[in-house]
Design a protein around this ligand. Sequence first.
Ligand code: GAL
Length: 382
Amino acid sequence: MNMCALRASWRRWRRWLALLPAAASPLAAHGEVVVRPFGATSDGTPVQSFELRSAGGLTVRLSALGAALIGVDAPDRSGKVADVAFGFDDAAGYESDANQYFGVTTGRYANRIAGGRFVLDGETYQLALNNAPNHLHGGGPRALSKVTWQAKTFEKPQQRGVKFSYVSPDGEENYPGTLQIEVTYALNDANELRIDYAARTDRPTIVNLTNHAYFNLAGAGSPTINDHVLTLHADRYTPVDDTLIPTGELASVAGTPLDFRQPTRIGDRVDQLTATPAKGYDHNFVINRDAGAGVVRAAELYDPQSGRVLTVFTDQPGVQFYGGNFLNGQAGKNGKVYAYRSGCCLETQHYPDSPNKPDWPSVVLRPGQTYAHVCTYAFSVR
Ligand code: GAL
């Protein structure tokens, strides 16, 4: 056997061995994608998880159910590793009521649409009102977060990942058009996790996808994110009504608790928002971007105690900063408990309710066009 064949055969063995529950970790070298069983959905579909390791010391886990980010083991400034992303131990957890979109891909329209209604080319569409009186994160049982995606792993020099694909049939969750979707996660050796979204349709439709990962950089399950320091590169945000639907205004953050243009401790002003409809931080920010600029730095989250930093880059117009106001102490993976405001999401996306806001960046996708979206979660320490 020559060297190449030997290497290929060892890789095959290693993949097979990785399916044995406890044996996987020592065998998962960086550079390779390790595939494991992750339980099954309630209809009996087996679900797989995928582990990516970088030479920089980051480990990322993904699941085919919901094309989800289910774990991020990140070193702190002294090299101590903690899982900083929320999730569950298996597919059943993701199907349970405790799951508030932990790490999943949301869509076909992430965030809210007023009354679940929109008009496209003169036709009115009515979507599920799963967050009454509005539509939220793609709706009911066939929302993208709830289906099992096809997965294809890839390994390249200094980069490895998984491409998830799903074909959402015309009319699924009442959205028009057959939507062919790909969500590709790629981890490089600089500890950057890049998510690329792509979608194509055979009929005019609307699309807005995002990832709904919750992070606590002190380790998921730590009691609060109040001590995290946040920077948002956003001069403006989209104020909302009592049901969290944008009024249509793009308002200045100046002089409000939403001004994160300078690094600011999250806990400093959050209580000024507790009695508002958002119940804390739950706002879409308009990312500052020079004309023609594509991917820009949108946000930075820093935990002074561990030194962990998460920087978010995107080409999308907005980022929803959601501070975990609906977390209720549910039980997550590894026996951890997710308390009120103990995690936060930085969801790169189009503005909420854009289908009903003709002046805002368009979310309409027509046959022949490709929806594309880049979001990078870069992990470092300081
Ligand atoms: C967020 C949204 C929140 C809440 C959460 C899920 O994206 O902004 O209002 O619905 O998802 O619990």
